[in-house]
Every structure is written in structure tokens, then in C-alpha cells.
Design a protein around this ligand. Structure first.
Ligand code: URA
Length: 235
């Protein structure tokens, strides 16, 4: 029979071992989330800050979006990426899976990324609002303003060198409410979000491109600008 002292030593060793292998992240019974898969590869502070931010968003009170949505849609991709993309808000597929851009617009976004040698391993993706607006309507000004401080914090935590705004909603929320996308797209704008200094570019939203495929040629110009900037910044 092992002595009481031995058992407790064994338990202590086991606890240390579980901590070492990050047991909670490896063995959990929650659905697979690519964002979580990257979590243990990122620096401690960033992981903690993202986790806190997600909790704060989950704690937002009196939000109509949240009452109707199935899941929070926080982010996808690599939190250590130097290029961050911001869409509008989750649709039905995203709401179901809890991951941004997994529906038809997401397939086009993946193709846009692939055209300049990017993928979800080397970019980070989120939305202006983290819960699905019912009937896929646009988020209202009030809803956008409710989520905006969290979005700005999100950008500051990720600290991207290049920030790509997909469509009107993210452009209006983060740059200017008065500008029109046909004039504002395809230009570099220097912006600061807290301690994050970044180069912002606006381009068309993939869902818009599915309705207006003729605009894809303009998007290709923007994508090449992103590719060239990436080379220039050596990222
Ligand atoms: N459109 C968006 O803006 N975001 C998504 O996550 C999906 C579609």
C-alpha cells in the first residue's frame, strides 16, 4: 500500500504534469474551434487579453443581436498574424459554427486570400459585431457603437501591421461614416488604435462581390496592394 505521503506527492506531480501539457486546452469536450487551436501557440499576454475580451463581449447586456443568436462569433485565424481582416457581422453559417466567414462569402474570402498567398494560418479575421443580426440585416448604428470599443481593443491586442476593412460597415465604423467605398477603397490610410499603429486599406466585401462580380477586378488591385505592402514590410 502506498503511504499517504506518496499519494499526495503523486497527485502533486500529476497536477504539475497536467499544467505542463495544458490539459484544459487539449482535452475539452467543446466543439473544435480553429481559433482555439492556435491559442496555445501565442504569447501568454495576448492569449489572456483575447480571452478576457471574449468574456467581456459575452457579458454585454441588453443586446438584441445576442438574444437572437446561437453563438458568439469572435475570430478565426492566427492571433500572431500581421494582417487582420474585419467584416461586418456573422451570417447563419457563422452563427451555427461560431467562426467568422465560413459560408459562401467565406469561401470567396479564402479564394481572395489564396490569390495573394495568404490563408487562415497567416491572417486573423473578425467582424464589427460578434453576434448574427437577425434575417441577415445590417447591424444598426446603435449596435455598431455598442461593439466598437471591443473591436478597437481587439485590433490593439492583435496589433496588425496591415488592417483590411471588408465593405461599408467596417469602413464606416473604423474610418469615416461619410465616405463612399468606391472612392475610399484601394488607398493606404495610417491609423492608430490604442498602441497599435497600422496601415489600413478598404476593399469590397466578398458578399458584395458575389452580387457585383464586375467589381472583382477592382478588388484584385487592392489585393495586389496588400501583397506588395506585405513584401515591403517584410511580413
Ligand atoms: N459576412 C461577414 O461580414 N462576416 C462573416 O463572418 C460572414 C459573412
Amino acid at each position: 500500500m502506498p503511504s499517504k505521503k506518496n499519494i499526495s506527492n503523486k497527485s502533486i506531480k500529476l497536477i504539475k504534469y497536467y499544467k505542463l501539457i495544458n490539459y484544459n486546452l487539449i482535452y475539452n469536450n467543446q466543439s473544435i474551434n480553429r481559433y482555439k487551436n492556435n491559442f496555445n501557440q501565442i504569447s501568454g499576454n495576448k492569449a489572456k487579453n483575447l480571452d478576457n475580451l471574449k468574456k467581456m463581449i459575452a457579458n454585454i447586456k441588453n443586446c438584441e443581436l445576442k438574444k437572437n443568436a446561437k453563438n458568439i462569433v469572435f475570430a478565426d485565424g492566427n492571433p500572431e498574424a500581421k494582417i487582420m481582416f474585419i467584416g461586418e457581422g456573422p451570417g447563419a453559417n457563422e452563427d451555427q459554427e461560431g467562426i467568422p466567414f465560413v459560408g459562401r462569402a467565406g469561401i470567396l474570402l479564402d479564394k481572395m486570400l489564396a490569390s495573394i498567398n495568404l490563408n487562415r494560418e497567416n491572417v486573423y479575421i473578425t467582424n464589427v459585431v460578434n453576434y448574427r443580426p437577425p434575417e441577415n440585416r445590417k447591424p444598426t448604428g446603435e449596435e455598431i457603437n455598442r461593439y466598437l470599443p471591443y473591436l478597437k481593443k481587439h485590433i490593439e491586442i492583435i496589433n496588425p501591421k496591415i488592417l483590411v476593412l471588408l465593405g461599408n460597415t467596417s469602413m464606416n465604423a473604423l474610418i469615416d461614416n461619410e465616405i463612399v467605398i468606391s472612392k475610399a477603397r484601394g488607398k493606404w490610410i495610417d491609423r492608430e488604435f490604442g498602441k497599435c499603429k497600422t496601415s489600413v486599406i478598404i476593399t469590397f466585401h466578398p458578399a458584395f462581390l458575389m452580387r457585383q462580380p464586375a467589381q472583382k477586378k477592382m478588388t484584385w488591385i487592392d489585393l495586389k496592394m496588400i501583397r506588395d505592402k506585405k513584401t515591403k514590410l517584410n511580413i
